[in-house]
Design a protein. Structure first.
Length: 278
């Protein structure tokens, strides 16, 4: 059981869905500033390919403020499962800000994001220790993460790099963990769209002697806009090591501590969603 709890704590490294802010429009076609909101219901919450809700539905939403100068700030929120690495917590709150600009078909995006999990208390894991490539430490305190990012885009393709400034989702000595996101979103017309994603996670300085935290994830999806509501269906998969029989890193429990059920958090899944922007 401790192996399961350990894996869950460290796996917070691969979680919460990144909220996307809309690129600012040209100054002559947009107001000086714009405040928008979004809400969505998802059959499961996957962050960087990894299960955050133990396969259960997630209600998500947030706000974005984009200025015509290219500066933006925002907040995004979702329910999570404590067994995904958030002991005594069930809510994720992301706060982010940055700068976007476009040059013809090209665009840039730089910024920072803070992942906050109110109420998390790692001491409730009963002093479970975490062994990484350098040392063994007891996981304690609240769970959070701080990242900076830089990205570029061309037409419907984007590439973004995320770098952790501190311990990645509070896993000891994992500063410098990083994630590379290659995504594409193509408008087919008549409200239809297709999207794809390929990501690579580098979980620095972590191995439990059976598997490590590095993995690749991918997604292929289709969307349909129905009177302003966007219905989506996506296939998501990873090569993350999550076999519970072997005690691999991404075997998560349904609670933390005291899990009574477990599953492979990186297993393939189809996710159905409905969302709307205001």
């Amino acid at each position: 059981m401790k192996r399961i709890i350990l894996a869950g704590l460290l796996a917070a490294a691969i979680f919460p869905v990144m909220a996307q802010t809309a690129a600012p429009e040209a100054a002559d076609a947009a107001p000086a500033s714009a405040l928008t909101a979004n809400i969505g219901l998802f059959s499961s919450y996957r962050f960087r390919g990894i299960d955050q809700t133990f396969g259960k539905p997630a209600l998500q939403g947030g706000f974005d403020y984009a200025h015509s100068s290219g500066l933006y700030v925002g907040n995004w929120n979702s329910n999570v499962n404590s067994g995904a690495g958030y002991p005594s917590g069930n809510l994720e709150m992301d706060f982010y800000g940055g700068y976007k600009a476009s040059f013809g078909d090209f665009g840039i995006d730089v910024g920072a994001i803070y992942y906050y999990y109110p109420g998390t208390d790692a001491s409730s894991s009963n002093g479970t220790s975490i062994t990484n490539a350098r040392t063994t430490k007891v996981f304690n305190g609240h769970v959070d993460n701080k990242e900076i990012y830089i990205g570029g885009s061309w037409k419907f393709v984007s590439l973004k790099y995320f770098y952790s400034l501190g311990d990645y989702f509070s896993a000891p000595e994992t500063q410098g963990s990083n994630y590379l996101d290659l995504s594409a979103n193509y408008d087919l017309g008549d409200g239809w769209g297709i999207n794809g994603h390929l990501g690579s996670m580098k979980f620095k300085n972590y191995s439990n002697g059976i598997s490590n935290g590095d993995y690749t994830d991918w997604k292929l999806g289709v969307t349909k806009d129905i009177v302003g509501w966007v219905v989506g269906l996506s296939y998501i998969d990873t090569n993350a090591k999550g076999s519970c029989g072997r005690g691999e890193v991404y075997c998560f429990g349904n609670d933390l501590p005291g899990a009574t059920k477990t599953n492979d958090a990186g297993r393939a899944i189809a996710v159905l969603s409905v969302s709307k922007a205001f």
